[in-house]
Design a protein around this ligand. Sequence first.
Ligand code: CO
Length: 134
Amino acid sequence: MLTNVEHIGIAVRSLAASNELFTKLLNATPYKQEAVESEGVSTSFFKVNQTKIELLEATREDSAIAKFIEKKGEGIHHIAFEVEDIQAEMERLKNEGFVLLNETPRQGADNKLVCFLHPKGTNGVLVELCQEIR
Ligand code: CO
């Protein structure tokens, strides 16, 4: 079951510059900064009530964020939905015909197991499922 929009991911060229910008915009400082080596990204997280904003900067040229910015520029990269049981949700969505970008949940930032859906099957929106690691 999807429970809520957990966060919105935004691709940025410079995490340092965007941290400053979003600190002003949201009137809050990031509560967490974390590199995810396997994904080639550095992230920082802001909280607006229950909803988080995840800023993503590429740390390698071949990271998905580097390719995204090259193609589309900075901007909204993905919408992440919180799920109670990621395996069950992945199974359900697969049966509905959605294409999963990873067949098993991956370790994401912010203590989450994550799975992405191919944007070709979701009106061009990259959708992330995330489940808190308990
Ligand atoms: Co995310």
